[in-house]
Design a protein around this ligand. Structure first.
Ligand code: F6R
Length: 244
C-alpha cells in the first residue's frame, strides 16, 4: 500500500487526475471503476479541464460505476446515473456504449447484479477509484459485508443515510437500499486509488489503514491489495501522520 499525503483537496484531485491520465496514456482502452460523492468531484473537474485542453481522449475508455441507489430512477437528478452525466460523462468524449452503471430499473435485481459481475469479469478493471464512508464503507459495502461479496443489493446503514441526507432533504428520504460492487469485485481491480479528504474522515481512515483487517471496517481489506494507492489531503491525514 502506498500512502500519499497532499497539501489540500485541490492537490489531491490534481494528483488523482494525473494518475488517470497516465493510465489512459499507457492503454487507450483502459477500464475504470468510478465512485460518486463529494470526494471525486475535484478529480472529475480536473479531468474535464485536461480534456478541454485537448490533452486526452476518453473515446476508447470503459467505465463501471461502483454503485447506484435502489428506488431512484436513472433520470432522477439524485441518481448516480445523473451525477455521473452531470459531473463527468456529459463533458467528455466517452462513448455511451462504454459506460456501465448498475441498473436499478431492471425487473430482476438479482439477475442485474449477476450480469454486472459477469461484465466486470469480461472487462477486468485496470484502475478503480474509491472514496470512503464515515463507517468505513467502500462502494456501498457497509460494515459486516463479507470480503468474498460480489455485486448485490444491500441495505444502507443509518450512518450512510445520515451522510447522504443532504442530497435528499433529510435522512428519512434517503433510499434504504443500493446496488454495489462487492468487496471481492473491488479487490480484483488491477490498481486501486482511494481518495480521502477532510477532517471528518481522519478517524476512519486511520482505523482502516493502521488497525487490523476486519469486515467491521470494509476499507481495511485494501491493506491486502497488491497495488493500492491511498491519496489523502492533510486534514484527512491528521491521525495517520504520527504513525507513518
Ligand atoms: C459512492 C461510493 C461511496 C463514497 C463514500 C464517500 O459511489 O462508492 O463509497 O465514495 O460514501 O462519499 P463522499 O465522497 O461523499 O464523502
Amino acid at each position: 500500500m502506498k500512502i500519499i499525503i497532499t497539501k489540500n483537496y485541490k492537490t489531491l484531485s490534481t494528483l488523482a487526475a494525473s494518475l488517470v491520465i497516465k493510465q489512459i496514456k499507457k492503454k487507450k482502452s483502459s477500464i475504470f471503476g468510478l465512485p460518486t460523492g463529494h470526494t471525486p468531484q475535484g478529480l472529475y473537474q480536473e479531468l474535464t479541464n485536461i480534456y478541454n485542453n485537448k490533452q486526452i481522449s476518453f473515446k476508447f475508455v470503459k467505465t463501471f460505476n461502483l454503485d447506484e441507489y435502489v428506488g431512484i430512477r436513472a433520470k432522477d437528478s439524485r441518481s448516480y446515473h445523473s451525477y455521473m452525466q452531470k459531473n463527468f460523462f456529459n463533458k467528455i468524449d466517452i462513448k455511451k456504449t462504454n459506460i456501465y452503471l448498475p441498473n436499478e430499473e431492471a425487473d430482476d435485481l438479482k439477475k442485474e447484479c449477476a450480469n454486472y459481475e459477469k461484465l466486470i469479469k469480461k472487462f477486468p478493471i485496470d484502475l478503480l477509484i474509491l472514496g470512503i464512508g464515515h463507517d468505513g464503507h467502500i462502494g456501498f459495502n457497509e460494515p459486516g459485508s463479507k470480503f468474498s461479496s460480489k455485486t448485490r443489493t444491500i441495505n444502507l446503514l443509518a450512518t450512510t443515510k445520515a451522510s447522504n441526507a443532504k442530497y435528499f432533504g433529510g435522512q428519512k428520504k434517503v433510499p434504504t437500499q443500493a446496488i454495489t460492487m462487492g468487496l471481492s469485485t473491488i479487490m480484483k481491480a488491477k490498481k486501486i486509488i482511494l481518495l480521502v479528504s477532510g477532517n471528518d474522515k481522519a478517524n476512519i481512515i486511520k482505523k482502516a489503514l493502521k488497525e487490523k483487517i476486519t469486515q467491521k471496517i470494509p476499507a481495511s481489506i485494501l491493506q491486502k491489495h497488491p497495488d493500492a494507492t491511498i491519496i489523502l489531503d492533510e486534514t484527512a491525514a491528521t491521525k495517520l501522520i504520527k504513525l507513518l
